[in-house]
Design a protein around this ligand. Structure first.
Ligand SMILES: O=P(O)(O)OC[C@H]1O[C@H](OP(=O)(O)OP(=O)(O)O)[C@H](O)[C@@H]1O
Ligand code: HPA
Length: 176
């Protein structure tokens, strides 16, 4: 990180993120032994987490991507719009939704309703980050990377006005 950049309250180094992703992948590998899970990442933010996670899961698996939008800049509109639907049916599959962050929970609640209706054999959630202070909907997270405080975070797939998704670490905007 550039020493001159102002720092917010959250900072997760590349090493810490990679170590935690490896732990989550090991848990999933244990829990789904003998099965072929189907991982669905939510674009755009989850693309980096998904890529690192699947490469560490030691099982046969399939994957897909969905895209939804609810944020304009750094504020949730409260309404979720489906931008890209599932590419493959999920009936009877062991589905794991892969999210970069659960903030208000509005996006995840929408996705879980949407996916449940398509009758998977099981449905779980892997999220790299959770911001419980901002939660407006109660949603389950089965595999959680880090609980973080209430700050707008970016890097490692998450954006700051669409930029900085390519940073290998996560940092946050300084308080006003
Ligand atoms: O819990 P919530 O308050 O609903 O927020 C979480 C969602 O917000 C972000 O997506 P965003 O709509 O910003 O799109 P992006 O992934 O393309 O950045 C993030 O990737 C989650 O999907
Ligand atoms: O803190 C955040 N950063 C980036 N995207 C987000 N979407 C919800 N919360 C966040």
């Amino acid at each position: 990180m550039n020493e001159n950049e102002p720092r917010g309250p959250v900072y997760l180094s590349e090493e810490r993120i990679q170590a935690r992703v490896a732990e989550l992948a090991a848990e999933i590998t244990r829990d789904y032994a003998g099965r072929t899970p189907h991982l669905i990442a939510v674009l755009n933010g989850a693309f980096v987490f998904m890529a690192d996670l699947v490469r560490r899961i030691e099982l046969p698996l399939t994957l897909d991507f969905m895209a939804v939008a609810s944020y304009q800049g750094t504020e949730s509109s409260g309404e979720v719009e489906l931008i890209k639907d599932l590419g493959q049916p999920i009936g009877g599959r062991d589905v794991i939704v892969v999210e970069d962050i659960v903030d208000t929970g509005i996006t995840l609640e929408y996705l879980l309703d949407y996916l449940h209706a398509r009758k998977p054999a099981s449905l779980r959630v892997a999220a790299l980050l959770s911001k419980p202070a901002r939660r407006l909907r109660e949603v389950p997270v089965d595999y959680l990377g880090f609980e973080i405080e209430n700050a707008y975070v970016y890097g490692y797939g998450l954006d700051r006005d669409q930029l900085d998704r390519n940073l290998p670490y996560i940092t946050s905007l300084p308080a006003d």
